[in-house]
Write a protein that binds this ligand. Structure first.
Ligand SMILES: [Zn+2]
Length: 372
């Protein structure tokens, strides 16, 4: 019997926003949920306990990076990813494809596999659907992803169509290659920002009966309005009673808009990457701590936040840490940003369950847009 189940607890009739509980072998995930990104098996600068205290239920790790360093066999020999990084909650790994196409020097790609050079030492490596599944089985995350081809959003229609069809072909091969029964393998919908292509992808993937579906190929350079429009005609084509995951998105406003279109799961490097660069997301909009206006600022980063950075320190102190290049600055603002994202998805969940999500959305947009 499957160790996974997805229970929808509420759906907002007006927007399609959902609240649910996704049960995994490493515990439940209450949705909508945001996964902090632990690229190399660590959410940069933060301990697992701090992530959990901030409200994170599930984390993401990157297959491409871990396959190169330290190698998936090493992670397997050291007890698998949960033990390796000391995170006993659910974990999701991507397929590695996105980094092969975006980070590595791609040498050759056909329907069989991608051949690429490592961005670390230039060595020649291969990634096929079967290899992507094998690496992810070594790592041992709860949720794993099919290898897909993610074309640029503005690519010509023939290339988008070819990527959709190759993604379908690879999805079947990933499903056939899967040996472990304690990992949920998700199919990935592709198709750029074209309704016909997204439909073509959904119609091919849904019959393969994956336990969950991701929407890939968004937040890759298209305008936010195009992303929202794409979600409008894509999400309802995915099965209602399975989790829906929007890969690599995004800004708080994108998460708000995507929840209001029926997405359940998110991941993005933005809270930690921006945190390391002195940029905080707050209840009244973004704050840039390098700005000189904060030098003598006694006020907390976000008066509505309960994290350590906001309850124990001033903006003036946080700005000083960045000016002095002290590592604690990046740690504290990363922690704050993760807390901000977790509170956002938690508040959205409450709003869906209480039937107030449209009002919640309007209030948030008004507050964020009020930022000077
Ligand atoms: Zn905070």
């Amino acid at each position: 019997m499957s160790q996974f189940s997805f229970q929808l607890e509420a759906t907002d009739p007006e927007t399609g926003a959902r609240a649910g509980t996704w049960t995994t072998p490493h515990g439940p995930v209450q949705t909508p949920a945001f996964m902090p990104v632990g690229t190399l098996g660590t959410v940069k600068g933060l301990l697992p306990d701090q992530l959990r205290d901030a409200g994170a239920q599930m984390v993401l790790a990157n297959t491409y990076h871990l396959a190169l360093r330290p190698g998936s066999e090493v992670v397997r020999e050291l007890g698998g990813l949960h033990r390796f990084m000391d995170w006993d909650g659910p974990i999701l790994t991507d397929s590695g494809g996105f980094q092969v196409f975006s980070l590595a020097k791609l040498r050759k790609m056909d329907d069989e596999k991608a051949v690429f050079r490592s961005h670390i030492d230039g060595s020649l490596l291969e990634l096929s659907p079967e290899r992507a599944v094998q690496i992810q089985e070594d790592l041992g995350a709860d949720c794993i992803m099919c290898l897909d081809e993610c074309p640029p959003a503005n690519d010509v229609p023939e290339k988008i169509r070819a990527a959709v069809d190759r993604t379908t072909l690879w999805a079947k091969r990933c499903r056939d290659a899967q040996k472990r029964d304690d990992q949920a393998l998700f199919g990935i919908n592709q198709g750029g920002i074209d309704e016909g292509m997204r439909t073509r992808s959904a119609e091919a993937l849904v019959p393969l009966d994956f336990p969950g579906y991701a929407v890939g190929g968004l937040s890759v350079g298209e305008a936010p309005a195009d992303m929202y429009r794409t979600l409008d005609f894509t999400v309802h084509q995915l099965p209602e009673h399975k989790p829906r995951y929007l890969m690599g998105v995004g800004r708080p406003v994108d998460i708000l808009e995507a929840v209001c279109r029926g997405i359940d799961l998110f991941d993005c490097v933005m809270p930690t990457r921006n945190g390391r660069n002195a940029m905080a997301f707050t209840s009244s909009g973004p704050v840039r701590l390098r700005n000189a206006v904060h030098i003598r600022d006694e006020s907390p980063l976000d008066p509505e936040c309960d994290c350590i950075a906001c309850t124990r320190y001033s903006r003036g102190y946080l700005r000083h840490l960045f000016a002095a290049k002290e590592m604690l600055g990046g740690i504290l603002v990363s922690l704050h940003n993760i807390r901000f994202y977790q509170k956002l998805v938690h508040d959205l969940r409450i709003a869906v369950k209480s039937g107030t999500v449209a009002q919640f959305r309007a209030n948030q947009l008004a507050r964020w847009n009020a930022q000077p």
